[in-house]
Design a protein around this ligand. Sequence first.
Ligand SMILES: *Cc1c(COP(=O)(O)O)cnc(C)c1O
Length: 359
Amino acid sequence: MDRVYNFSAGPSMLPLEALERAGAEITNYQGSGMSVMEMSHRSKVFQKIFDDTQEKFRKALKVPEGYKVLFLQGGASTQFSAVPLNLIGKTGRADYAVTGNFAKLAWKEAQKYGEISVAATSEDQNHTYIPAQSQLKLDPQASYFYYCANNTIYGTEWQYVPETGEVPLVCDMSSNILSRPVDVSRYGLIFAGAQKNMAPAGLTVVIIKEELAGKELPYTPLMLGYKTMIDKDSMYNTPPCWCIYMLGLTLDWVESQGGVEGMERIKHGKAKLLYDVLDDAKLFTCAAQVGSRSDMNVTFRSVSEELDAKFVAEATAAGFTNLKGHRNVGGMRASVYNAMPVEGVEKLAEFIRKFDREN
Ligand SMILES: *Cc1c(COP(=O)(O)O)cnc(C)c1O
């Protein structure tokens, strides 16, 4: 089989250039005589991969002085615990915006560690929208304000950065990191699992304002303390070496596409192609409300579950895979992360148009 257009929500497509480079270097990395998978994380050759990747990441997102970039494990979900453990000690309170599945999981987990308020929720309309700034109920005593920038399952995305005054912003950017420029200086902490827009599963990137670290609750597991990892430059223990290497290759590719500014232009064009076709179609409707639609995960449905199933089956046969929506939502979801080629989206758009005509 040829490579398919894989619309999976995660793990998802990686840039072909990155995969090919990894393939070419897989048994013997640049004359080292071994694979990156076989190297000591304390070796000079790996340290250089690590340092270069850190530098490329900082450059891509213009991470300012005073912030550390950590390469951790445990997936984004581990951060649901690490965030409150490390940050809630300040006042014992935090604000959460519950705009989807992962935000809700984070909100639930945080309740073990402090007094957690729902600053906003979109549950009243099945998470089809992002609350406006004016709808946020902000607690000035909150240790931090937590939100999820892109709701992978529901297909909604924050189009603004919440204004929370002195309260540090904490953001889960797992499914839209590197898809647009971010003013990191507005955040206290950003985290993202790698497997949507960066690298294979197994790496979690944390960007933390250094002054927030070192105030964790006393029973915080050593491995979940940001200070532990800051002090040891993410190498208290063995880091996810292969994933870090792959992130470096992805970042080279992002750079070749014009950096995150280039990614933003491209991804916006890709998403618009799909939304335009879906809005024109008579059989399909988009799940997310206009103004809250995600550029990364396009959620839609047809007029019946039977037709949804037919669409997914025919699309799969035509080489467009993993379009079935998440079990919580049903319908379809096309995840169009950075590595999905424009051509893949154009062909899917054409397929949707044809399906709409013929059914
Ligand atoms: C995928 C995803 C997660 C979960 O990531 P894991 O690495 O599997 O823990 C969390 N948040 C968002 C926004 C996601 O898209």
